[in-house]
Design a protein. Structure first.
Length: 1115
């Protein structure tokens, strides 16, 4: 470096050191200016100062965790509370500390608070919504303040709804106006809206009426609780008297959050607010037309026009036509109501959201905001049934249709629609369970007059005389005195109330297990019913007994949160004596104050400036990530200690050259594995090797299971999955240098039907009538049957084989697990796995057909599914999925029936089985029907991965979508639980039962039943099948033995609710099955193999499966 410096040419002037200092000063000013301009972009805004006034109490109505949300972001948390806004100078500037915990991480986040109430109004308590975002699969939510914690229960919102529109009805209090409910429900039903009701108290017979409608899936009921602070450490302001109208805004906000991911529109209204679309056949059509795809419309606002009309006291005489045609418009009108897209709002007031006007919306980071405005719908309005007077049903006048209150031109509703609504209502009211309520429903107004008078004295009169000022009057009627009627009992919402530990400045209270009780009256008074529990759960991260560590940890979290840091940058440490070889000589001279022997050259100054500029740019690049993240993640690498040496049985191995979901060259192994091998079997990995010619690829396979990790069964289904190489011809498992080759097969890439039903393994099976019912109904509606057989009566097996030759069913042997060669004792697998590992059979079926069919059903032989309002399974499943990526699976409930059967093959009649079916009061766990590309495994009833399953659209997507099961409410499985043998002459011709899902439509149409019976008789008359008639079982032998054994083993425990998975392994392998010499059985068998001894798992498998009659019906 010295020789280079000496060789530089000497300039005719000298660079004075003062000039260098000036230049550096100027450069410093430029850098400081740039830093002031750039740094604010990465720094958080200064938090407004919040002055705390007093220690108060807050009631948490609900807390929601959104794995995925269209507007809140992924893993969002929203808490609906009633909070004392006098806690701080401005309650919306107060920050609530929330802590979320998952299996591998724990985050502290500050939640932002928003309100729909004016901050200056007189009511001390207000709706406050707290919102933040956390990590994936959060399982615990806590609120923290000054080192004190309270655990808050939370739930996930609905990701499916019966209709695309939901109406959130204000909380009902001392409600008795059942006629209003019928008008609201049937008009809403006609135009495509689902009702969500919140109930504080209600006349019991009216409540029973609503419950009957709820059973039909037409309305949902949620208890709306009186606010209680069970345990306090001092006096406090009573909340129910100091909040606006029982905090209706909180109920509407809860409803909005509940349905925001599942519906297209949410309406905010009272029970007597009737909206009828104008020039549209549905609410959805009208709302879409009025929004017209505009981002500048926040909500649709409808004015509310008051009407007076008539009503009758008899249930059977109800007529919406009479109510509408006898309406008379009043001169007054009330504050309107809003109907909105839920993704645009997270909270709402009783009439509209106060965030609906002038709210800035950024469509992209680089655009100026647009501002939302409510759109007043001028050509329509709400038909408000303000006053309804009782008249005698025999003297109801005819009347005429009123005009639409919006445009004052068109009729309020068409005659045709009125007729349709009335016919639908009369059909409902004639149902026995509803008609029986007629005598107990109120025949006069009792509570309504008292409540109206109280409301009028409290605020209606003040409002109508324009003397209502929010900063002077708190609109509340909690002090209304409501006398009780002994002849008209009421139900009231109630719950188990809890108080958290005393905290500063806010102590939190909440309720769980809400219910309706007739021990609480409709009056404003209530009784204390529980002793609250102190819930201060805080999972230890180090020493469980170290409170000092917890305090240190939270302070550490706070300090990191303030610095917004998540990543750590490591710099090399350079010894000072070596800096002259690292820095530019001039920079070193300025830092060390040492004098150099050369003169300053202008080129050197340019180099120095460039060097300083380079340092600034690099520094900005390095610190930007530190300042742009505000999340703290603590995760630890997984260590998998080996607990014991065990054995695993490989049921099947599939190689997918191409797959819609597994990726190319995928490998999937279905195994029964001892999950006690390691602490968490899904943390363990297996080394798989694939070979083709001279090419060899090794990869680590991940393990997943459908069984609970804490259940009592030691053996579980474990799916092993990875990706290897193209054209793989050899598959091996490796552990510590030991290899074992595993046979594999390719899945099916074509199938007879687009739907396949995977039937649970059959053992000691003799119920051939059940098989005929399942097969012919499945065939009619377009499904192929895949059967797994352990053992079966030989003649029954021959019957199925004949159907297999016709291409109507496929049979696969399901093998007993055997470990042929072991080097020591081991836990017997068949007695220590759940029910012959049915989950493994269903998983094998999904993997076999996942590339060949559109839908896979998981069911038992006696689970009969009949499409509702569809001609095929494919049609129904496509309709219910609706193209949604949020629906993981369709879950059908399973209703138990008993019916008859006949012993003669030629006398079989599915029509007789259906018409003689009788619904039992019990029901079993439902079954799932799935798109196979969305699942790689399944349990016996559904996949345990079907809820909160992350889906990535593209490789670059960082935030996944979350899928959930869709519960089918309008259809259900016809479960033939008990079938009793009858003589053909004793079979009666009954009626087709109702669909167990909607309880309205027939289970199956008469036409379809006739078609199925005709086809079955045609097939049973074929000579190879007809010849089996004399050999098929004529009575039940194995079925009663197995049923009794199952009942003793676990059905009894389940039905008495004492079955606990962590105590009892659901297994019936020890059932004693005597053999019948006159009824020989076939049994699955194979050539069994054992791999070399490996650590920690030795693998076993079977090849060349077959059926033999040398084993019998033993398990």
């Amino acid at each position: 470096m010295t020789s280079t410096i000496v060789s530089l040419q000497k300039y005719r002037f000298k660079v004075h050191p003062i000039r260098v200092v000036k230049l550096l000063a100027l450069l410093s000013l430029v850098i400081i200016y740039l830093l002031f301009k750039i740094m604010p972009r990465f720094q958080s805004q200064t938090e407004p100062e919040v002055q705390l006034f007093q220690n108060t109490h807050t009631f948490i109505h609900s807390a929601y965790y959104f794995p995925v949300s269209k507007s809140l972001g992924s893993n969002a948390v929203a808490i609906v509370t009633t909070m004392n806004k006098r806690t701080a100078s401005d309650i919306t500037n107060y920050k609530m500390n929330l802590i979320g915990t998952s299996r591998t991480a724990r985050w502290l986040k500050e939640a932002t608070l928003t309100t729909e109430h004016a901050l200056n109004d007189r009511c001390d308590y207000s709706l406050i919504t707290a919102q933040s975002n956390f990590m994936h699969q959060m399982h615990t939510l806590e609120i923290e303040s000054e080192g004190i914690y309270v655990k808050i229960p939370f739930k996930t919102p609905k990701y499916s709804a019966p209709k695309p529109v939901v109406f959130c009805v204000s909380p009902q209090f001392a409600a008795e106006q059942w006629q209003t409910f019928l008008v609201q429900l049937h008009v809403s039903k006609r135009y495509g809206a689902h009702l969500q009701l919140y109930v504080v108290s209600m006349v019991e017979s009216y409540f029973n009426l609503i419950k009957e409608y709820e059973k039909l899936g037409l309305v949902s009921i949620e208890p709306w609780l009186t606010i209680k602070f069970p345990v306090t450490d001092g006096p406090y302001l009573e909340p129910n008297r100091n909040v606006e109208l029982r905090n209706q805004a909180a109920a509407h906000t809860d409803c909005l959050l509940m349905y925001k991911e599942s519906v297209s529109f949410v309406g905010i209204l009272d029970m007597d607010d009737i909206l009828i679309p104008t020039n549209a056949n549905s609410y959805y059509e009208e709302f879409e037309r009025e929004y017209a795809g505009s981002w500048e419309i926040s909500a649709l606002h409808y004015d509310k026009f008051d009407y007076t009309t008539i009503k009758t006291g008899e249930l059977k005489s109800q007529s919406i036509t009479s109510i509408v045609k006898n309406s008379r418009r009043l001169r007054t009108k009330d504050a309107g109501k809003s109907f909105l897209r839920p993704e645009r709002f997270n909270s709402t007031w009783s009439h509209y959201s106060r965030n609906s006007d002038r709210k800035p919306i950024y469509l992209s980071p680089h655009h100026e905001p647009i501002f939302w405005q409510r759109k007043l719908v001028s050509n329509n309005g709400i038909y408000h049934l303000k006053k309804m007077f009782y008249v005698n049903s025999t003297s109801v006048p005819g009347g005429a249709l009123p005009v639409n209150p919006g445009d004052n031109i068109t009729a309020l509703i068409s005659e045709q629609h009125l007729r349709e609504i009335d016919e639908d209502m009369k059909k409902m009211l004639t149902r026995p369970e509803i008609a029986n309520l007629s005598a107990s429903l109120p025949k006069d107004d009792f509570y309504m007059d008292i409540v109206f008078s109280c409301y009028n004295e409290s605020f209606y009169h003040i409002r109508d005389t324009q003397w209502l000022y929010n900063d002077i009057t708190c609109v509340n009627a909690f002090n209304c005195e409501l006398p009780q009627r002994e002849d008209m009992p009421c139900i009231h919402s109630d719950a188990t109330y809890h108080s958290g530990p005393s905290m500063w400045p806010i102590t939190y209270h909440y309720a769980t297990d809400s219910f309706f009780s007739n021990y609480v009256t409709s009056a404003k008074y209530w009784r204390r019913r529980t002793t609250p529990e102190q819930d201060t759960f805080f999972p230890p991260l180090s020493d469980p007994s170290s409170s000092q560590f917890q305090q240190f940890f939270i302070e550490d979290l706070r300090s990191f949160s303030r610095r917004h840091s998540e990543h750590f940058v490591h710099f090399s440490i350079i010894r000072w004596k070596k800096m002259d070889t690292f820095l530019h000589p001039i920079a070193y001279s300025l830092l060390s104050l040492r004098k150099y022997r050369y003169k300053l050259h202008p080129l050197r100054i340019c180099k120095l400036v460039a060097f300083v500029f380079f340092v600034v740019v690099v520094s900005l690049i390095l610190i930007t990530p530190l300042l742009s993240h505000n999340e703290i993640l603590y995760s630890t690498p997984k260590e998998v200690p080996i607990l014991q040496k065990t054995h695993a049985f490989i049921h099947s191995a599939y190689y997918y050259p191409v797959s819609k979901s597994l990726g190319n060259n995928a490998v999937a192994l279905v195994t029964t594995m001892n999950k006690r091998t390691v602490p968490v079997i899904t943390d363990y990995t297996i080394n798989l090797h694939g070979s083709h010619l001279k090419k060899r690829v090794a990869n680590v396979a991940t393990l997943t299971t459908e069984h609970l990790l804490n259940d009592r069964c030691d053996y579980s289904l474990v799916l092993v999955q990875t990706n290897l190489l193209t054209g793989m011809t050899k598959l091996e498992i490796e552990s510590e240098g030991v290899l074992t080759e595993i046979p594999f097969k390719t899945p099916k890439y074509s199938a007879p039907k687009p739907v396949v039903f995977c039937v649970s393994p059959q053992f000691a099976a003799e119920q051939w009538q059940t098989f005929l019912t399942q097969l012919h109904i499945s065939k009619k509606y377009g499904a192929h049957l895949q059967l797994y057989v352990v053992s079966m009566v030989e003649s029954y097996y021959k019957l199925i084989k004949e159907y297999e030759k016709l291409g109507l069913v496929s049979i696969e042997p399901w093998l007993t697990i055997k470990f042929p060669v072991t080097d020591g004792p081991y836990l017997e697998p068949n007695r220590n796995v759940e029910l012959r590992n049915q989950a493994a059979a269903h998983t094998d079926c999904i993997l076999m057909y996942k590339e060949a069919v559109s839908f896979v059903g998981i069911l038992d032989m006696d689970d009969i599914l009949i499409p509702n309002n569809a001609n095929s399974y494919y049609e129904e499943f496509e309709r219910e999925y609706g193209g949604s990526w949020f629906v993981s699976a369709l879950q059908y409930g399973k209703a138990d029936f008993e019916t008859i059967k006949v012993a003669e093959l030629e006398s079989q009649s599915i029509s007789a089985i259906v018409r003689n079916a009788r619904r039992l009061p019990t029901k079993d766990q439902g079954k799932s029907f799935v798109r196979p590309e969305r699942f790689n495994s399944s349990w016996s009833h559904y996949s345990r991965n079907s809820d909160n399953k992350p889906i990535y659209w593209t490789p670059k997507q960082t935030v996944p979508l979350m899928m959930r099961k869709k519960q089918m409410k309008f259809n259900g499985i016809f479960h033939m639980k008990n079938m009793y043998l009858k003589n053909l002459t004793d079979v009666r011709d009954g009626a087709v039962p109702l669909n167990p899902g909607d309880n309205i439509t027939q289970l199956i149409s008469e036409e379809h039943l006739a078609e199925i019976d005709a086809e079955m008789k045609s097939i049973l008359s074929l000579e190879p099948i007809a010849q089996l008639s004399t050999t098929l079982p004529k009575d039940d032998f194995y079925m009663p033995i197995i049923f009794k054994c199952y009942n003793d083993s676990f059905y009894h425990l389940r039905d008495t609710k004492t079955l606990m998975n962590d105590i009892t392994c659901v297994n019936a392998f020890d059932c004693e099955l005597p053999q019948r010499e006159d009824m020989p059985c076939i049994h699955s068998d194979a050539t069994y193999h054992s791999g070399p001894s490996m650590f920690p798992i030795t693998f076993h498998w079977a090849t060349d499966p077959f059926f033999t009659n040398e084993i019998g019906c033993y398990q």
